[in-house]
Design a protein around this ligand. Structure first.
Ligand code: 6AU
Length: 276
């Protein structure tokens, strides 16, 4: 059957990359295709939000470099929460440099991302060597990479032949590239004459998801979970401010209610998609 009609569990069983498999299994076990994006600048806010939304999510997405009081104990506390609540971790680093540099940025420095982040992402702009660099670090650790094939922002340059080449780069590196940050399924994109996408299963994780507003005044554009999962065939909805609000998640009851709401909407759209 087409990937669009397969369940997350069926897809988990057929995946060979450990990070993709673990994410699909988590989604199925928790009945949640919701990833929360926790873009706050204080350790205490970050950990409080994650502890509240933990039961409703499959994945936590971080930007660790925005946390002002970062120290490595934060990583340990995040890992404890990931065990407590059963979610995977995605550092949204958006690597974009030459292979040698991204390998250093991924493995070393203050954050040592490869040590703790199951999934990370990269811009395809440097070409395939960015995958060579990142996979030299991540593949031995069982990590997975997402390529930014499209962006959610108004005026994005990641369109047309750029998106097609991103998908071709992924096809050539299916051991490590597990999918895309994109706004729709990429299955038929970039195929050359005689090629088919049979046997491929790229995950599509989609940001720019919101139920109450259409944008943020800084170029972000929001669509609903239904548009993203049912109409565009994406696999995971990424929601940030729609869940923790304008006050860095100060009110845990409000944060919990939004997480439950987005989980329910995302799951309903998936069930409708697979026809169950
Ligand atoms: O829900 P928001 O708008 O509060 O947050 C969306 C999150 C932010 C962005 O850095 C990220 O998703 N993002 C990405 C990612 C995940 O790579 C790509 C993109 O095209 N748009 C986008 O918003 O943390």
């Amino acid at each position: 059957a087409s990937i669009l009609k397969q369940t997350y569990s069926q897809r988990a069983a057929n995946h060979t990359n450990p990070a993709a498999k673990a994410l699909l299994e988590t989604i199925a076990r928790k009945r949640s295709n919701l990833c929360v994006s926790v873009d706050v600048t204080k350790k205490a806010d970050f950990l409080r939000i994650i502890d509240v939304v933990g039961p409703y999510i499959c994945l936590v997405k971080t930007h660790v470099d925005v946390i002002e009081d970062f120290d490595y104990s934060l990583v340990e506390q995040l890992q404890e929460l990931s065990v407590k609540h059963d979610f995977q971790i995605f550092e949204d680093r958006k690597f974009a440099d030459i292979g040698n540099t991204v390998a250093l940025q991924y493995s070393s420095g203050v954050y040592k991302i490869a040590q703790w982040s199951h999934i990370t992402n990269a811009h395809p702009v440097p070409g395939p060597s960015i995958i060579t660099g990142l996979s030299s670090v991540g593949l031995p650790l069982g990590r997975g990479l997402l390529l930014l094939a499209e962006m959610s922002t108004k005026g994005s340059l990641a369109v047309g032949s750029y998106t097609e080449e991103a998908v071709r780069m992924a096809r050539a590196n299916r051991d490590f590239v597990i999918g895309f940050i994109a706004q729709r399924r990429m299955d038929g994109i970039g195929l050359r004459d005689g090629e088919s996408s049979a046997g491929e299963d790229f995950l599509v994780l989609t940001p720019g998801v919101g139920l109450d507003v259409k944008g943020d005044g800084m170029g972000q554009q929001y669509r609903t979970p239904r548009e993203v999962v049912l109409e565009s065939g994406c696999d995971v909805i990424i929601v940030g401010r729609g869940i923790y609000g304008k006050d860095n998640g100060a009110n845990p009851d409000a944060v919990r209610a939004q997480a439950e709401r987005y989980r329910a909407e995302g799951w309903k759209a998936y069930q409708e998609r697979i026809g169950s």
